[in-house]
Design a protein around this ligand. Structure first.
Ligand SMILES: *Cc1c(COP(=O)(O)O)cnc(C)c1O
Length: 450
């Protein structure tokens, strides 16, 4: 029986210790810790005080208020049609990588050689897997993300006060030669030129916004040059009267050639012919390649550096490298991504439009009795992670647009679609087929509550 608002319900609100005696909440304390459970109890007590919840139902209400896990981050179904979605955490990990995370979570031999009992090379199995995946690389190193990789390269090869550059001539090499058309902003205000300057490198810009020639580079390379940098425009395309200089030509210049390929493709991908890969860049003459681990490689957030063994060793030994060091979880997930079955990103890139259509049809049929849903042909995108301009043929379930909000806040499985031409589209390209059933269940739940 709920007291009418305004009456003195305070005395009727059960005390915290009484509520916490509830077996479900006691179990939750074991799993989530006392702080989160107490907060849930307090919220339920508040609802009791306002008359929304009866005193005898406070424990049940508190159970409803419990978070599902120790993180407030929610698992989300990516039905946006953007395979590598920055706001959804970029690449989802493969089951193998998730399992590796769990293995590495406890005490692990990440930096210990169990056979000898001595210190071992940190993350050696992950680094070996990366080296094996790109035989063209003489050395490999991993840091926290693509930006960190680039910062470390700039610091170690062009920054002031380098430990390996005691002689004055080498010390003067602080210029990074870069084409004006490659002064890229990646997203959220992150600009590659500003990053380079922030670690003390000087930019030597060559060419114009739309065109640059080998002679422009050659005229700029001199005794102050630390390296030539080629940046892949991973989130835009320029067309029209344009020209850029290929890696093979840049490799003829008298300076180390560093290539930021961005996306992290290790080898060329047949569906993304314009997207650079680490192997191809090194074969074309790059001395160093930097890339992200959580874009097209489909792994955890990290930054990869591959190339000339001596240069990589200089990066690894630079004091700044320690500040960018990856944790054991990243190393474990990266290794499993490299050695394991196809990543969800790779699977999405390989998805056949016919199969996506069939799945969309099945989903439509499974909800036809409760909501107007139809299969539509869709064009999906790789995302900010690479391959700008590439449209992936896909299929989507089209729904009434007003369901977009409720689906996003579904308590069990939030679903993020995209609104297009006045309809909500749930694009299946980046949805694991194993999740179709959960998607149908969420749809039915949301429509029922609508
Ligand atoms: C994404 C990207 C970066 C930054 O990598 P993060 O992993 O996001 O730090 C740098 N350069 C290029 C070309 C990129 O596409």
């Amino acid at each position: 029986m709920v007291d009418p608002p305004g009456s003195d319900v305070r005395r009727a609100v059960p005390r915290t210790d009484v509520v916490l005696a509830d077996p479900g909440l006691a179990e939750a304390i074991q799993r989530l810790g006392p702080a989160l459970v107490k907060q849930a109890v307090q919220r339920a007590q508040h609802r009791c005080r306002t008359g929304e919840v009866a005193p005898e139902s406070v424990a049940a209400a508190a159970r409803e208020e419990l978070p599902r896990s120790g993180t407030a981050m929610r698992r989300v179904l990516n039905a946006t049609g953007v395979v590598v979605h920055t706001n959804l955490g970029r690449a989802p990990l493969s089951a193998a990588a998730v399992e590796a995370l769990a293995v590495a979570a406890g005490a692990t031999d990440v930096e210990l050689d169990l056979a000898s009992g001595r210190r071992g090379r940190r993350g050696r199995s992950a680094l070996d897997a990366l080296a094996a995946a790109v035989p063209e690389a003489g050395g490999v190193h991993v840091v926290n993300n693509g930006a960190a990789a680039l910062a470390l390269v700039a610091c170690a090869l062009a920054g002031p006060g380098r430990p390996d550059a005691r002689d004055p001539v080498a010390q003067r090499r602080t210029e990074v030669v870069i084409a004006r058309g490659e002064l890229v902003e990646i997203g959220d205000g992150f600009r590659i030129p500003e990053l380079l300057e922030s670690v003390g490198a000087t930019l030597r810009e060559v060419g114009t916004t739309n065109r640059v020639h080998l002679a422009d580079y050659a005229g700029a390379v001199g005794e102050r040059t630390a390296f030539v940098l080629k940046v892949h425009p991973s989130n835009f395309v320029v067309s029209g009267f344009t020209s850029s200089v290929g890696l093979a030509e840049l490799a003829t210049l008298d300076a180390p050639l560093v290539v930021d390929i961005g996306s992290g493709l290790l080898a060329p991908h047949p569906r993304l012919p314009q997207e650079p890969s680490a192997a191809a860049a090194l074969r074309a003459g790059a001395d160093l390649v930097t890339a992200s681990g959580d874009k097209l490689l489909g792994g955890p957030q990290c930054g990869l550096m591959l190339g000339d063994a001596e240069l990589v060793e200089r990066l690894r030994r630079h004091p700044f490298a320690r500040a960018l060091r990856v944790d054991k979880l990243t190393l474990a997930a990266l290794e499993a991504t490299l050695t394991g079955p196809v990543s969800p990103v790779a699977a999405a890139l390989a998805a056949s439009p016919e199969e996506l259509c069939q799945r969309a049809e099945q989903i439509c049929n499974a909800v036809a009795d409760v909501v107007e849903a139809e299969v539509v042909i869709s064009e999906a995108a790789v995302g900010g992670g690479g391959a700008p301009g590439v449209r992936l043929p896909s299929a989507a379930v089209a729904l009434p647009v007003h369901l977009a909000g409720p689906l996003r806040v579904d308590p069990v499985l939030p679903i993020v679609g995209r609104v297009e031409r006045g309809a909500l589209l749930l694009d299946l390209v980046a949805v694991d087929p194993a999740e179709d059933e959960a998607l149908v269940a969420a749809l039915r739940r949301v429509v029922a509550a609508d």
